[in-house]
Design a protein. Structure first.
Length: 113
């Protein structure tokens, strides 16, 4: 755990972000993204937790993808396919349902909570 805390501190110095996604302790909210608080969804299941967040942005989807590709891989996530990352049994998927909107679909396994 100290290793992850150390990495997060180092990357906080390298990347500029002000916040993390709710109910996560290491998935940063890219600067320029604003969470839509009313659209947040969280489900607890025996297998783990399902989190869904939407944010608005003026950044292009490619800018958002680039930020998360660099940041998530630095935090131990592995690119699986376009806009999908895995870390152990956890999954994070980005999508862009409308112009100016980013959706985060996150599945966290119960062993990592």
């Amino acid at each position: 755990m100290k290793f992850w805390a150390f990495l997060i501190c180092i990357f906080c110095a390298s990347f500029s972000w002000a916040d993390f996604l709710p109910q996560t302790d290491d998935i940063p909210l890219m600067e320029g993204l604003t969470l839509k608080q009313t659209d947040d969804v969280a489900f607890d299941t025996p297998a783990g937790q399902i989190l869904v967040f939407e944010a608005t942005t003026k950044s292009s989807p490619d800018s958002v993808r680039s930020f998360y590709a660099k940041t998530l891989t630095a935090l131990g996530w592995t690119w699986k396919k376009k806009d999908t990352y895995v870390r152990g049994a956890d999954t994070l998927e980005l999508s862009f349902p409308t112009a100016g909107t980013v959706r985060f679909d996150i599945t966290l396994s119960s062993s990592n909570r």
